[in-house]
Design a protein around this ligand. Structure first.
Ligand SMILES: [Zn+2]
Length: 329
């Protein structure tokens, strides 16, 4: 294996759970294409830059692979698997005249920070974790026959707080009781602190009882819509949270992949959103949906203290991984 491939493996696996990190050095010209007002790079130049050994079409996917990293781009779609973890890209992967095009936004704001977390300039050392249990008080969030989302969010948050304090983090809770708190109040609390990351905890509902699994949201970069809706003019504005674009996706990757690993729940992907806690918070921030209260099996899991502890443990492990991956210089 080449030095580059080995380095790349180490960098990538670090954020997904390995231990070593070397520095990637590569110089290659990007082959860029402008298509319908959007900038793209070719898959071939991604292959060259990151030192992938092979590129081939397998069924619906274009695969880039070396011994350590496999990226599967769904051709004509937005779903991409990086070492089997699902990411929902902001733009479709386009086949065009024998080439495969990946948007520059997805390359710069997603692929690169995930493959090279130690290159994230804004990922400054942090000693504080702000935990935001979603909903509360007169806003229960999702409700099922076992209980209220607001209470489950708080239960997971409290276990997480204990675990992080045992690892000497300073922990701030936006709420530590069943009280109502507006979204802007949560942002204001978070932004009073420095050297922090922000984790918002939620559980999902919907999908007529069939939807299940874990999804992780992180802020849309400028020019990218909120998940599931059309792009609007104000999506082009840079928001406070966009100062952390690279760190956001790296943190999301660490948390999402570790939660999947520990809970064994289905992977609904890492998605882009414009929830106001994500737009407003100045720290690296993610919003976790830790399962579906509307799904018969997951409803029971979510109500169970063992599952709550597993989820909190996964988040704790992920924070340690994220710190290691981004802090190596
Ligand atoms: Zn919620």
């Amino acid at each position: 294996m080449s030095y580059l491939a080995r380095s790349l493996r180490n960098a990538f696996l670090l954020i997904l759970g390995a231990k070593l990190l070397c520095t990637v050095t590569a110089a290659a010209a990007w082959e860029t294409v402008r298509h319908k007002g959007q900038e793209y790079v070719t898959a071939r130049s991604i292959k060259e830059f990151y030192g992938f050994q092979s590129m081939q079409v397998k069924g619906p996917f274009l695969e880039l692979e070396n011994r350590a990293v496999k990226i599967q781009f769904s051709i004509g779609g937005q779903e991409v698997f990086m070492n089997n973890v699902k990411f929902v890209f902001s733009f479709k992967i386009l086949p065009l005249k024998g080439r495969y095009l990946i948007s520059r936004i997805d390359l710069g704001k997603l692929v690169d920070p995930v493959l090279r977390p130690s290159y994230i300039r804004t990922a400054t050392p942090f000693d504080t974790v702000i935990i935001d249990p979603g909903h509360g008080g007169n806003d229960p969030g999702a409700v099922n026959q076992y209980g209220l989302e607001a209470n489950y969010n708080l239960a997971v948050a409290r276990v997480l707080k204990q675990q992080l304090e045992a690892r000497r983090f300073k922990v701030i809770m936006t709420r530590n009781s069943d009280r109502a708190l507006s979204l802007s109040e949560r942002v204001d609390i978070a932004n009073r602190f420095q050297n922090a990351i922000f984790i918002s905890i939620h559980f999902n509902s919907g999908g007529r009882g069939r939807a299940e699994g874990i999804e992780t949201f992180t802020l849309s970069p400028a020019g990218v819509a909120h998940y599931g809706r059309e792009r609007r003019q104000d999506d082009f504005q840079l928001r406070q949270g966009n100062t952390q674009d690279s760190a956001n996706i790296a943190l999301a990757t660490a948390i999402h992949s570790t939660c999947l690993l520990k809970t064994k729940r289905p992977d609904r992907g890492i998605r882009r959103a414009r929830f106001s806690v994500l737009t407003g918070v100045k720290h690296p921030a993610i919003l976790l949906e830790g399962g579906f209260m509307s799904h018969s099996y997951e409803a029971k899991l979510i109500a169970n203290a063992t599952y709550q502890r597993t989820l909190a443990g996964a988040i704790t492990d992920a924070i340690m991984k994220y710190r290691m991956a981004t802090m190596r210089r």
